[in-house]
Each structure stands twice: as C-alpha cells, then as structure tokens.
Write a protein that binds this ligand. Structure first.
Ligand SMILES: O=C([O-])CC(=O)C(=O)O
Ligand SMILES: [Mg+2]
Length: 545
C-alpha cells in the first residue's frame, strides 16, 4: 500500500489530500521504483564492484556507456580514480587484446583500405556530422606497448574519447572513435576466426600514404570543425604523419606530443624537488632514456623545453640527453640508425658499444632515468640502486604501458632507494608504505594533457596545434598542483581534479593559440583570463541523472 499526497487549492489555500492507494500497475512494464537516478547510481556502482575481474568491469562499463551515457559519465566523474584504470590504461590494453572476442555491438567507425577512393562517402554515414569536434584515430599498429593489434585497437580510440568527455566535458555526441584497417601483421589475429579486421598483412608505405592523404582530406570535408588526435601508430608512421599534416589540419599526435608534455610537466616538478635537495642547478640535470621509439624521442623533444626555459640553447639542451635502445647507448660511431634517433645520437662518445644499463648509468651519471622501452623489469635492483647512489633524490620514470610492461614496480623503486625516489609511471600503481610514510606514484600518462589540450584547441577553433600550444599545456599542468599535493611531494595533481585541471590547461592553450595567430574564435580574444576560464567551464558538458 502506498500513501499518496496530492496538493490542491481550496479558497486560496494550498492543502494536501492524503490517500492510501494500492500499488498501481507500472506503465509499459517498467519497474515501480527505478528512479531516482541517484539511487540507480548506487545500484550501478554496486553491480560494477560485484565483478572481480577488471575485464568484466570493462565490459559492464562499455555497456553502460552505450545504454545510459549520463549514468556512465556520472559514475566516472564521481569515482575517477577507481574507474579510469577500468575504461583506460591498463584494462583497455586487455580489452584491445580480446576485442574481437568480447565485441558485442559496433561503436565508432572502422575505415579500411578497401574503402580507398570512397572514404568520403563512408565518413558521411556518420550520424552527427555537425556536432563532430574531436576524433581519435588509430591504425592499431602499436597499441600501448602491445604491438600490432590491427582493428583490435578500436577500444583505445573509444577509451581516449571517454576521457575527453569525463575529463574535459566534451559532449559525447561530438566525439568520433576511428580505427583504420590497413591490415595487420599479427599472425595470431590473422588466424583467429573471430578477428574483426581484414585478413591481410599491412599495406605498403606508399599505399598507406595515399590512403592517409585521402582520409585526412575527406575528414576535413565531412567534419569541418574536427580536431584529429593520432594515437598508437607505429613509430615511423607516427612521426611521418604528424609532420605531413600538422601545418595543414588541426591535428596532434598523443604519443609524441601528449606523452612528451605530460612527462615534461612531471619532470619540471621532480627536478625542482631534486634540485632543492641537492643544490644542483636545474640546467645541469642529465636525462637518460631507455627506449627510442615515438614516445621516447617525443618525450626527449618536449624535454628540450625544460632546458631552454632555464636559458640553455637548443644545442646545449640536446647535450643533456642520452638514449639507449635495444643495441645499447646510441652514438654516431655505432653505425646507421633510424632517422628519428639521429638528433639525440651522441657525437662525444668514441668507445666500444655499451649495452649494460648499469655500466651506461655509471658513464652518463644521469639525474633522471626514463623508460619508454616496453621491457618489463628493465630497471633492475642494480640499476635503481646505481641511480640512488648517484643522486639524493633519483628521478625514475618507468613510463611503458600497460602496467605489466613497466620497467619497474613502484614498491621496488621506493624500497631500493629507501624512499628517496621521485617516481612517475605510465600506468597506475597503488600507494605504498615505507618506514611509516605513504608514498604516492605519479602517473605520467598523457590522460592529464590531451583532454585539456584538445578542449583548448577546439574552443579556440585552432587551425593547427603548434609546439607552443603543446608546451603551454605542459607548463599549465606543472603549475596546477594545489597546496596539499605540493606538501605530499606529488608530481601530478590528483585525478579527481581532472575537470579543473583541463579547464586550467585549456585556458592556457587558447591564449597560446591566440598569440601564435592560429585561433579562429576571435570573440575569445577580448575576454579577461577570469572570463575565459568561466567561458571554458561553461562549455563543459555534464551528465544529468
Ligand atoms: O594510452 C595510454 O595509456 C598512454 C599512451 O598513449 C600509450 O601508452 O600509447
Ligand atoms: Mg597512445
């Protein structure tokens, strides 16, 4: 039995009619008490937490995103640190590996080499063309550190765009996840009867160039206000397509520029803490990289700003950086090498090739060791202890993703340095206790950068994304730490504050687009910083329950 209170007016006075009613039959077979939304949110999070495997949680959340996007994003925003690792790195790596098996419904757009010559008409099938503002495009050829996953890369585009919505308030209907199917060289997938992509090996570079030219041209025509984020292309293509299109279209590469910017930001904060302890001037930091792919070289290029901001010339900055790849220390006399490695190749080393990382550390004497190698455990106890012997506060960033490819575990880094390490990893690590003190790992993942950088570029209606805009996003992130975060020696803000951080980054990106003369939202030029910040926040989409 339900008590029903019905307000009514009698002689100008509002009264309540109280009546007891038997439960009425729900209309259309709906459950009687599904609402209100806040209660349903409790139900949804309970369902999520009842699953014990991360991949099951991923599948549950993927359904929720499709069925009830308001609820999905409400839960994301309320439980950012719990949900981000489930919809993004590291779980999204497993989702990609298993995509053709866990696939239930199509999402995003797959465009294949067989569409060449006809890409425009495929794109025009997209239902919400006018609303399109941001697309994440992958060809699946280097998904995280997992290699060539072909069209199984689609969850990466979807996961990044979910963070655009949750982290920067981009409207869900303005996002287009795209996976290009240019074949795959993944033998296991080619033999898998459930694999969703074309059963062919990757196309030649020449054919891919023609395809990409048509794709970018047609994207521009179909979606004139779209920003394109390139994601997880293999190294050579990542550099080549960024260079080929960056002056023609609004585009950036998340692995080169996003990762570069997030590491620069964490490095700025780490170097300040290290220098405060050692008294060593910031300009004298020495950085050793393990891994010379797109992410490693992209990060090094971005870290040049760290030194040039301290007054060093580009040439002096270059000399503060050393690279190690699968053949050891990279130096000129070693012989022919890939184009993107040449700039950082040392011309001042003339000895025998050096391959042992401990030996290389003793030679270089780095203040910072950065890993983008996808070699699990490459930062061994001997490596970390050597860094700790050379530095009061060694900076150690194992940045490879997902977590099982990380160069070292957070707990090991803390204990091998006796709690002195300044640590950031690409994938999340839980806090650890050491000698009664809680240590929190920084997450040097481009998820802190791309939502705000993209939002700024979209609001400025930028015609291209310049290096200065990327640098601005990084410097904005570095100074976004609040007092609590600074007291805790954090290198990055807490992820729960992502919307504030993205707004802060977007404002600086818009301002830089203006000073670079690539903005088209001229009405934003007259706003004060405070007004611009309000404007950016007012543009953020919020889920409604
Ligand atoms: O997706 C991530 O977590 C970071 C990234 O871009 C990559 O590892 O390729
Ligand atoms: Mg990536």
């Amino acid at each position: 039995m339900t008590i029903v209170l019905t307000p009514y007016w009698s002689n100008g006075v509002q009264k309540l009619k109280v009546a007891a009613q038997p439960p009425s039959k729900p209309a259309h077979g709906l459950a009687p008490t599904v609402l209100p939304g806040t209660v349903h949110a409790v139900r949804c999070i309970e369902q999520l937490r009842s699953k014990d495997k991360s991949i099951e949680k991923y599948i549950f959340l993927a359904h929720l995103r499709i069925d009830d996007e308001n609820m999905f994003y409400h839960l994301c925003l309320k439980n950012m640190s719990e949900i981000t690792p489930l919809i993004y790195t590291p779980t999204v790596g497993d989702a990609c590996l298993q995509h053709s098996h866990i696939f239930r419904r199509p999402e995003g757009m797959y465009i294949s080499i067989e569409d060449k010559g006809n890409i425009g008409s495929v794109l025009r099938n997209w239902p919400r063309k006018d609303e399109a503002r941001i697309s994440v495009v992958t060809d699946g050829s280097r998904i995280l550190g997992l290699g060539d996953l072909g069209v199984n890369g689609m969850p990466i585009s979807i996961g990044k765009l979910s963070l655009y919505v949750a982290g920067a308030g981009i409207r869900p209907s303005s996002t287009i996840p795209i996976c290009l199917d240019l074949g795959t060289n993944n033998k296991k997938f080619l033999e898998d009867p459930l694999y969703l992509g074309l059963r062919r090996t990757r196309v030649s570079d020449e054919e891919m160039d023609e395809f990409m030219d048509e794709f970018m041209r047609e994207m521009r025509k179909a979606f004139p206000k779209l920003l394109v984020q390139f994601e997880d292309f293999s190294t050579e293509h990542a550099f080549a397509y960024l260079a080929r299109y960056r002056d023609k279209y609004p585009v950036f590469n998340d692995d080169i520029q996003g990762t570069g910017a997030v590491v620069l930001s964490g490095f700025l904060n780490a170097a300040q803490l290290a220098s405060a302890e050692s008294g060593r001037p910031l300009r004298e930091h020495r950085i050793l990289f393990l891994g010379a792919g797109s992410a490693g070289v992209g990060v090094a290029q971005q870290l040049m700003s760290f030194f040039t901001l301290q007054g060093l010339s580009a040439e002096e900055a270059r000399r503060q950086v050393w690279f190690v790849d699968s053949q050891g220390l990279i130096f000129d006399e070693r012989g022919p090498m890939a184009e993107h490695k040449k700039y950082f190749s040392r011309d001042d080393y003339h000895g025998a090739p050096m391959t042992d990382l401990v030996e290389i550390i003793k030679y270089v004497k780095p203040t910072a060791l950065l890993g983008l190698s996808t070699i699990k455990g490459a930062f061994t106890e001997a490596v970390v202890r050597t860094m700790a012997a050379l530095n009061d506060r060694p900076i150690i960033f194992p940045l490879s993703n997902p977590v099982r490819l990380s160069e070292c575990e957070f707990g090991d880094a803390v204990s091998w340095t006796d709690g002195r390490v300044l640590f950031a990893s690409g994938s999340p690590f839980a806090p650890v206790m050491h000698k009664g003190r809680e240590h929190v790992a920084g997450q040097g993942n481009n998820m802190y950068i791309f939502p705000g950088l993209g939002l700024g570029a979209i609001l400025a209606r930028a015609t291209s994304v310049t290096d200065k805009m990327v640098e601005a996003s990084s410097l904005a992130l570095a100074d976004a730490l609040d007092a609590d975060e600074q007291d805790a020696d954090l290198l990055y803000p807490r992820i729960e504050r992502i919307r504030d951080i993205s707004a802060h980054i977007a404002v600086r990106v818009v301002r830089t687009a203006q000073s670079e003369g690539v903005d088209h939202s001229t009405d934003l030029r007259n706003l004060s910083d405070a007004q611009l910040s309000e404007f950016v926040k007012s543009k953020m989409w919020n889920p409604i329950l």
